[in-house]
Design a protein around this ligand. Sequence first.
Ligand code: NAD
Length: 420
Amino acid sequence: MKTIAILGVGYVGLPLAVKLAKHFKVIAFDISEKRIEELKNHFDSNKETTKEEFEDIKCNIQYTTDEKQINKGDVVIISVPTPVKEDKTPDLKYLESASAIAGKNIKKGAIVVYESTTYPGCTEEFCLEILKKNTGLKYKEDFFIGYSPERINPGDKEHNINAITKIVSGDTKQTLQSIKEVYSKITKVHSASSIKIAEAAKVIENIQRDINIALFNELAMLFDKMNLDTKEIFDAADTKWNFIRYSPGFVGGHCIPVDPYYLAQRAKEVDYDPKLILAGRQTNEQLPLFVAEKIKSLLKKQDKSTDNARILILGATYKENVPDLRDSKVEILIQSLKKTRIKHICLWEPLIERKIIFNIENKEPKEKYDVIVCAVSHKEFENIDIFRILEEKGILIDLKRKKEHLKEELENKGHIWWGL
Ligand SMILES: NC(=O)c1ccc[n+]([C@@H]2O[C@H](COP(=O)([O-])OP(=O)(O)OC[C@H]3O[C@@H](n4cnc5c(N)ncnc54)[C@H](O)[C@@H]3O)[C@@H](O)[C@H]2O)c1
């Protein structure tokens, strides 16, 4: 029976460990003591893995911060973060440190498989070099590499690892075969002919999503300026057989707003200007500012001063039903509101057990507000009584239009409803 070592057991690494542990012995290694401690206690703060799933496989997973344990791995999977730096260029520091740790500890014959999202060429040109520098083993004789991108969607119970085809690639036919054997125990696999093809496939999946949403965000901003109802236009266009519909909204998190910059950087290195990819990014980044300006103009319409207006924001995470604040556009919305002189901002994020989020107290609303922003559509907000907490001549900003059924009643009572 093979042993799989996984480096980085976060949103990607832990669900993978849990699935693989039904077929292999798994070493779950992370540099975060806090993370390993909670996993040892069968608790996942990301709320992706249930207690039952932990109990089901507990004999087959060893949670550890001891890098020497990686030496037991026949296959070593690396699933560490791949963020961007301040200047939006790829920040490879986690891949660098994980590759160094793997290099120092892999055993003879090991295959190192990268799962982190990156640009085509990163695994062979960057990560492999670090492995080589840190190991005494000879590449393609004593150790091998592969790439198999992750496609999970946090909070989405339907598209879990078992349900999605996994792209696999390797540096030799034999490596590919071995990687296929491992992953096909848990799901369907698609073999790519090279590591670069697999890297490129993953990054363009997220770029496509970013650009599609950007188009709908642009249309929403444009039609709002033209006083046309975006949703009605989309409903009408959607009656054509080949119209593909997306919903406008904030694009946050550590994948979609980040991954386009990885390919864009590579494009620049090969002297290609990725105009469309970067335009999509720019449009999506603009949306929080647009919403802040809209709030300001609606306050004026209701004869309310921006200085005194009290605003409640419902939800702070980057998307619904996921306790993850990374690159949440709610933070940018708050900054943009402050720039427009709106300073009385309250926040209620029930999925995060923290008193302060984005420098604002996180608490359940008890008072009344001039503006309520339904920013993130958590299940917890489904039954919230908007009328109880909305001031006279209030404004409901319903980004995802989940409260549109209240529009008529709100308007009859002198309030304003606005959605993307
Ligand atoms: N979360 C997603 O929805 C998702 C989906 C598909 C792909 N991805 C990609 O998967 C990769 C991992 O993302 P994630 O969301 O799981 O990140 P995460 O932050 O949830 O988890 C990463 C883990 O790696 C650990 N870590 C950092 N450096 C390490 C090192 N040197 N050795 C061992 N552990 C280390 C961290 O402590 C953390 O626990 C990224 O490239 C991301 O783009 C993420």
